[in-house]
Design a protein around this ligand. Structure first.
Ligand code: ADP
Ligand code: MG
Length: 334
């Protein structure tokens, strides 16, 4: 007889309320009751986010379940990182076509491994039957009044991005392979594998977000393409934006497999990077290297906020046009 819902929750999800085997003292009641009881430390603001991954839309149907578990949490931790928040707890709503223990074991392992890195406790959830869909809601905190926001930038602030944008979009094309994607020649197998991993196992920039709390004027995480997301930060800050394509931090792997021109387009329009894009008052530039070091992540200046609305992309002093706009689920293309 296949295990029942309660047995499955017990086996695969209850252990996740002790990240890395350690119980959080701020979880007064975790998985098992009707709801979790959590204690927010005094002097902190609670920060909440939720993101859903749908099979066939956010991941390919035959994706490694370990990657699905990792990404479901990573995309949410990235939202907390963009707010400068420290992750604490979360809830998981899982819709599964059928009880598949091999899937659940790998999914939970991918989730647990990333959760342990951030002492993130799963404190509840919901399990239902239906088309494969994963929703994770995350909660975290920031010292009162210190959350990073999208709307704090001013004209003249420098615009930065972390990591190497474009890799994840390249990785997705390589994952698709002959089915609408890209097949790399054998001599590029190692670079292609690195890019695939960047799509399958993105690193949320939590430590960088924390380090930027007191420094960045505005911040957003890059999920839908750098140009579009940086443009959102600028617009919400009541500014426009100038981006220098020549300043983009492109990875050696992206350049090797896709060439410079395509790499620039992928870095500006590809989704799924989960890097941070932030603005910084020029007067505080000297403080950034310390923040990047404690965030354990390289950052690069790619442009500047300007008073004139709109986004101006520049390459070698000339205007650059984009092949596609950022991802929008409800656009005719999406
Ligand atoms: P209820 O019917 O009261 O909503 P459930 O039977 O759905 O309760 O869940 C029992 C307990 O298991 C609850 O504490 C719930 O939060 C937890 N739970 C259910 N599904 C999951 C899941 N996928 N991940 C983590 N916890 C879960
Ligand atoms: Mg109940």
């Amino acid at each position: 007889m296949p295990p029942g819902e309660f047995e499955l929750i017990d086996r695969y999800f209850r252990p996740l309320d002790r990240p890395g085997g350690r119980r959080r003292t701020d979880v007064l009641l975790g998985i098992g009751d009707d709801a979790a009881v959590l204690r927010v430390p005094p002097g902190q603001d609670l920060v909440a986010a939720i993101d859903t991954l749908v099979s066939g839309r956010h991941f390919l149907p035959d994706t490694d379940p370990r990657s699905i578990g990792h990404r479901a949490l990573a995309v949410n931790l990235s939202d907390l990182a963009a707010m400068g928040a420290t992750p604490a707890w979360g809830l998981l709503a899982l819709t599964l076509p059928a009880v598949d223990e091999a899937f659940l074991r790998e999914f939970a392992a991918g989730f647990a491994q990333l959760a342990a890195c951030h002492q993130f406790a799963l404190v509840g959830g919901d399990t239902t039957a239906g088309p494969l869909t994963v929703s994770v809601q995350v909660l975290g905190f920031v010292p009162q009044g210190q959350a990073l926001r999208r709307d704090g930038g001013s004209p003249g602030d420098l615009v930065f991005v972390s990591g190497t944008p474009g890799d994840a979009a390249a990785g997705l094309l390589l994952e698709r392979g002959a089915e609408g994607g890209v097949v790399a020649p054998p001599e590029q197998a190692a670079a292609a594998q690195t890019l695939r991993q960047r799509f399958l196992f993105p690193t949320p920039r939590v430590a960088l977000g924390e380090a930027l709390r007191d420094l960045a004027s505005a911040c957003i995480d890059v999920s839908d393409g750098l140009a579009g997301d940086a443009g959102k930060l600028a617009a919400m800050s009541g500014c426009g934006l100038r981006l220098e394509a020549d300043s983009l931090p492109l990875s050696a792997e992206l350049l090797q497999v896709f060439g410079r021109e395509r790499a620039v387009q992928l870095a500006l329009t590809g989704g799924d990077d989960y890097e941070l894009c932030f603005s910084l008052p020029a007067a505080r530039l000297a403080e950034l290297s310390g923040a990047a070091a404690s965030g354990d992540c390289a950052v690069r200046c790619i442009g500047v906020l300007e008073a004139e609305p709109g986004t101006r992309l520049v390459q070698a002093g000339q205007p650059l046009s984009l092949e596609t706009a950022g991802y929008d689920h409800f656009s005719p293309r999406g």
